[in-house]
Design a binder for this molecule. Structure first.
Ligand SMILES: Nc1ncnc2c1ncn2[C@@H]1O[C@H](COP(=O)(O)OP(=O)(O)OP(=O)(O)O)[C@@H](O)[C@H]1O
Length: 488
């Protein structure tokens, strides 16, 4: 079920389908209701959706409701937890309930009015907790720093790193990721960002930081995958002068520099098992101890993590600590690859071109339709970073005011030529063998010409044709430079 933004969302967990159905129907009158038949299903919902309260049955086959809600308290402390019990003597459970920080219990059989009342109170409690959290963070973080800063400068920084910097169209799958990230930003919860290289994980992390109440303090990103353990330790925790050979001066670690702010642990999936233990200790204790120092210092840093790896799989394979995974992943956000959001390619390419023109003081009109069609046909395995490099390359090579397909790298053009949509050029998609062979011929002619940068002599030579023969074929198929393709 999809949650509507205007109604609070709840999760009902029960292995008994009939109970789930009835409860969801009653609560569905006022709330958006997600359902789960097991603790595993419930975890999957919580990692994806933003729920305010959980109604969890106590009797579940693999894990009791109280045990599951204790786990929820650890990972998603802001969610209001309600246990549903069939026991006639709920007092028996009071000890367990206190341990799991459970807000209330509901006994079966419940009355619909009672259930709705508990849900309304839970939603109210959630809102109160959120406001309290916001206010206390504001007092702790924003007030002292705001006095010391020039407000207009701050506004500029925040604007430069808002979610709007992630360019996308209204239909883009990236919208959902940004929406969930914006919700996570106001809470101080750890967020794990997963996605291929170059998809914008760091950009998203910056947007989260600058949309949070920590935005007046520092944001630091560290690539954990590129540094050996000893250096990473000194980078994050700092070191004292003389702590090791080459430590000529005392160094303040990034966690200390980010005090009050946010740190992004990029490529967290590449961290060694030994360093995972050090990170876990820091996350549990909130203290840093610089290399070579006996003094621990308490720091207040929000931790965001990013990886291109499947961390759940890494946990199952024993390569990544489960306890560390849970510490880092109160919310998991997935950055879509560029090939999964091809609808964004035109605006993204145009925006990148605009920004590069500004940087390099160049003025060009834009891309030809043919170039854009090739850009759309290619899969961009290196994602936005690869697109940026490609557009820069085109801009550097551009002889005139428009960027044509002949400026694209050959592998990008080849992908376009292999795209059946583009290969169709002006000929029908299906039909007799003769027509289909002609379509193939037209596609080969076009691809060769683009690759030869529309030098017809070179293309004719490569294809074993005379110039006149090539021209006749081009006329026949209506192939011309920068012609807009007819898509079938
Ligand atoms: N949606 C977007 N709109 C505009 N620019 C973007 C977008 N996504 C990424 N970029 C740009 O693409 C480049 C790569 O982004 P970023 O470094 O955030 O990716 P990443 O996923 O962290 O990559 P890596 O895994 O290699 O560290 C940056 O210059 C970033 O500004």
């Amino acid at each position: 079920m999809t949650a509507l933004a205007s109604r609070p969302a709840l999760l009902v967990v029960d292995d008994e389908p009939r109970s789930v159905e009835v409860m969801a129907r009653v609560l569905g009158e006022e709330f958006d209701v997600f359902t789960a038949a097991s603790a595993a299903e419930a975890r999957a919902v919580l990692e994806q959706e933003w729920v305010q309260a959980i109604f969890c049955d106590q009797r579940m086959p693999e894990l009791s409701g109280v045990a599951f809600l204790t786990e929820v308290r650890e990972r998603w402390p802001e969610i209001v937890r309600i246990i549903v019990t069939g026991y006639t003597e709920p007092e028996d459970m009071i000890g367990a309930i206190n341990g799991a920080g459970i807000y209330q219990y509901v006994t079966k059989p419940w009355h619909p009015d009672q259930l709705l009342l508990v849900a309304r109170n839970a939603a109210q409690l959630f809102a109160l907790q959120r406001d309290h959290h916001r206010l206390s963070l504001e007092l702790k973080l924003v007030a002292p720093v705001a006095q010391a800063r020039v407000v207009s400068q701050r506004e500029k920084v925040v604007r430069n790193f808002s979610f709007d910097t992630l360019i996308r169209t209204p239909q883009s799958p990236l919208n959902e990721t940004c929406q969930r990230a914006a919700q996570a930003a106001v809470f101080d919860i750890p967020v794990l960002i997963q996605g291929e290289t170059g998809t914008g994980k760091e950009l998203l992390a910056r947007a989260i930081h600058y949309s949070s109440l920590r935005s007046d303090c520092a944001f630091h990103a560290v690539n954990c995958g590129a540094i050996p353990d000893e250096l990473l330790e000194s980078e994050l925790f700092g070191h004292k002068k003389g702590a090791f050979t080459g430590a000529h001066v005392t160094r303040v670690g990034l966690l200390d520099q980010a005090d009050g702010g946010t740190i992004l642990l990029d490529e967290i999936g590449d961290v060694s098992p030994a360093f995972q233990v050090k990170l876990l200790r820091f996350l549990q204790e909130g203290e840093i101890r610089p290399v070579g120092s006996n003094d621990a210092k308490r720091v207040n840093v929000r931790v965001l993590a990013a990886t291109h790896r499947d961390l759940v799989q890494a946990v199952s394979a024993g390569k990544f600590r489960e306890d560390l995974y849970y510490r880092l992943s109160a919310m998991v956000l997935a950055m879509p690859a560029l090939r999964e959001r091809k609808q964004d390619l035109r605006v993204l390419a145009a925006a990148i071109l605009d920004s590069l023109c500004n940087q390099h003081g160049k003025a060009v009109k834009g891309f030809t339709e043919e170039a854009l069609a090739c850009i759309e046909a290619y899969d961009w395995p290196g994602n936005v970073r690869e697109l940026q490099n490609e557009v820069l390359r085109m801009l550097v090579l551009a002889p005139g005011p428009e960027l044509g397909a002949d400026l694209l790298s050959p592998h990008v053009v080849r992908a376009a030529a292999a795209d059946p949509m583009l290969a169709a050029i002006t000929l029908p998609d299906s039909g007799p063998l003769k027509d289909r062979i002609e379509r193939m011929e037209a596609s080969i002619l076009h691809e060769t010409l683009v690759r030869c940068r529309w030098n017809k002599s070179r293309a004719a030579e490569e294809l074993g044709l005379s110039r006149v023969g090539l021209r006749a074929k081009l006329d026949r198929y209506g192939i011309a430079r920068d012609r807009t393709f007819a898509r079938h």
